[in-house]
Design a protein around this ligand. Sequence first.
Ligand SMILES: Nc1ncnc2c1ncn2[C@@H]1O[C@H](COP(=O)(O)OP(=O)(O)O)[C@@H](O)[C@H]1O
Ligand SMILES: [Mg+2]
Length: 150
Amino acid sequence: MFKNILVPVDGSAPAHKAVDIACDLASCYAAELTVLHVLEDAGSPRISRELRQYAELEHVWVSEMDVRRSASEEVLRNARIRAGERGQERVATQTEVGDPAMTILAYAKEHGIDLIVMGSRGLGDLKGLLMGSVSNKVAQIAQCTCVTVK
Ligand SMILES: Nc1ncnc2c1ncn2[C@@H]1O[C@H](COP(=O)(O)OP(=O)(O)O)[C@@H](O)[C@H]1O
Ligand SMILES: [Mg+2]
């Protein structure tokens, strides 16, 4: 049914859960699994703040760009460990730079992704929203099946 599964991750709890579910689906369908983190272009306050929070939690703190790169690597490393714990050793990880939603959509299109599994929310702190702006946009625009995880 599904051959190429993409899990976009931002280090949030819902994204971790998305990794777990994507692993189970990958096993179920014998699909390839790719974990993608998108670093927002320099100068964006939103992701930069989120990544900084994450970096502080993980005790990595140097320059702005170092923080962003380290946080990105950490997010992907954690996802890979999590996938290993779910029996998925063969996971591809990828970092891209750009607008998160547009970059996820472009990646999915270019790489023949047929299922995207993502968190319904991420690191954002707008309480009360069911869907974040990234998951909302990806679910609405993607041409493939999307699963949003709560
Ligand atoms: N920079 C990113 N790179 C990859 N995936 C992301 C990124 N930001 C968000 N996502 C994905 O989208 C989901 C929802 O996040 P988002 O829409 O940003 O919600 P929020 O507004 O709560 O941060 C996350 O759980 C994750 O799966
Ligand atoms: Mg977000």
